[in-house]
Design a protein around this ligand. Sequence first.
Ligand SMILES: Cc1cc2nc3c(=O)[nH]c(=O)nc-3n(C[C@H](O)[C@H](O)[C@H](O)COP(=O)(O)OP(=O)(O)OC[C@H]3O[C@@H](n4cnc5c(N)ncnc54)[C@H](O)[C@@H]3O)c2cc1C
Ligand SMILES: NC(=O)c1ccc[n+]([C@@H]2O[C@H](COP(=O)([O-])OP(=O)(O)OC[C@H]3O[C@@H](n4cnc5c(N)ncnc54)[C@H](O)[C@@H]3O)[C@@H](O)[C@H]2O)c1
Length: 448
Amino acid sequence: MKNYDVIFIGSGHANWHAAVTLKQAGKSVAMIEKDQIAGTCTNYGCDPKILLDGPFELLAQLKQYNGIGVTDNTAINWTELMAYKHKAIDPLPLQMTALFNQLGIDIVMGAAKLIDTNTVAVNEQKLTAKNIVIGTGQRPAKLNIPGREFLHDSRDFLDLETMPQKITFIGAGIISLEFATIAVELGSTVEIIEFADHALSSFDQYHVAKLVAKLEAAGVKFHFNEAAAQVIAKGDHFEISTTNNLQIKTDYVIDATGRIPNIENIGLEEIAIQTTRGGIVVDDHLRTSVNNIYASGDVIDKQIPRLTPTATFESNYIAQQLLGNDTAINYPAIPSVVFSLPRLAQIGVTTREAEASDKYHTQVVPYGKQLLFQYKNEVDAELTLILDQDNYLVGANIYGNDAPDLINLITMIIDGHLSATALDQMIFAFPSSSIGVISLISTLLHRD
Ligand SMILES: Cc1cc2nc3c(=O)[nH]c(=O)nc-3n(C[C@H](O)[C@H](O)[C@H](O)COP(=O)(O)OP(=O)(O)OC[C@H]3O[C@@H](n4cnc5c(N)ncnc54)[C@H](O)[C@@H]3O)c2cc1C
Ligand SMILES: NC(=O)c1ccc[n+]([C@@H]2O[C@H](COP(=O)([O-])OP(=O)(O)OC[C@H]3O[C@@H](n4cnc5c(N)ncnc54)[C@H](O)[C@@H]3O)[C@@H](O)[C@H]2O)c1
């Protein structure tokens, strides 16, 4: 039986950052993975998604010059793009495995199960360790309705060789809105069934409404207040009916009604690790109810966004814990982005929280209009800043193609508690899109 300092169950961002740090610090480390090395983000999530999205973003920007210099927009060849995706993404697990092996991390392929508080079974072997970290992530939820066998998920979409002519998404969450943006641009008839009366419930609803209107103008049909009830196969197509008897004919159905934690069949009940429907319960040191076993990433029962940067933050935190630092975890402000076109991003105090408290005030900055050519004629791009009573930035929402980068800039202003005076001490490259937004924000920020 092989004995380690630390065994990691799962090889996603929740675990591999810590595995590398601990190995480099001289610990013996094993990482067990039952599917593809490097987990969801690398193989079935952020990375393939953003690769496929690239030309769609460029096309959206080109369209902003229609009638003022650009006449003929390029068409996207999805099948060719998908071939490129396979070429770029498929080798990543092997490359990451080689990197981990080179560092001296033992990689074990197979489904891990805890036998006792120090022992993990995988295939026919048993491995022991002083500490174990569970980072088993999440999987797509699957609706329990008649015809569920016809439902596809995000992984299937990111592997589609040809885009179906008619595609229907169940759920108007992040995954649906990102993928609907792509499908409608390729000319598919896109419908979205959502049981709430709005989309993207955790995002600023003023910006969400603008995004929904933009997608509707592009041809996406939203059916709010509708819950999918059954899917029937009829010849070469499918018929979806809702609880209100709405009928939709479609070629392909994606169930994007959320993601659920992988907590089953890994021995948690046997050794009394506490879980809820939301995942593994941890304390403020990311320890489970069994003291030497930690949990990290998407599988944790947590209120913060389940994202790659939060999984990475937790992984780095656990590495430091296992190297002797005993401070409780303290999350900074966490940005979230919806990679639709335009993008939505948000961080920190929300507009809803700001409206309910006299500690904050909000300011809308229509930077698309104010910085027209720096932002490539994206006229409707705007951001809402949330400021505290001393005019320090505590939150923001962005609607615009540049949101993923702008929100990082704003993250630094929030985390650094930067005033306008502090920003004045820095020199930024000019002309650039960011310097424009920095100057607009500066006029509103605290001055010493
Ligand atoms: C379509 C899509 C797009 C996304 N886009 C973004 C984005 O743009 N930005 C962003 O920040 N986040 C995005 N995410 C979320 C991001 O992928 C996750 O937050 C991140 O992957 C979480 O990392 P993790 O290590 O906790 O889990 P995972 O990456 O899911 O890793 C868990 C690993 O554990 C393995 N495992 C499970 N059970 C066992 C077992 N018993 N034994 C051994 N191994 C096991 C799994 O096979 C998996 O490889 C996206 C997710 C999806 C699905
Ligand atoms: N850009 C990103 O960061 C990114 C991108 C993709 C995925 N992710 C990850 O995936 C998660 C999002 O996954 P998602 O989009 O599947 O979930 P979600 O929670 O964002 O959205 C699910 C939607 O489905 C609706 N719904 C649930 N049951 C329904 C039913 N029976 N009929 C109709 N509608 C129903 C819900 O009301 C909700 O609006 C994120 O939380 C994140 O962890 C992140």
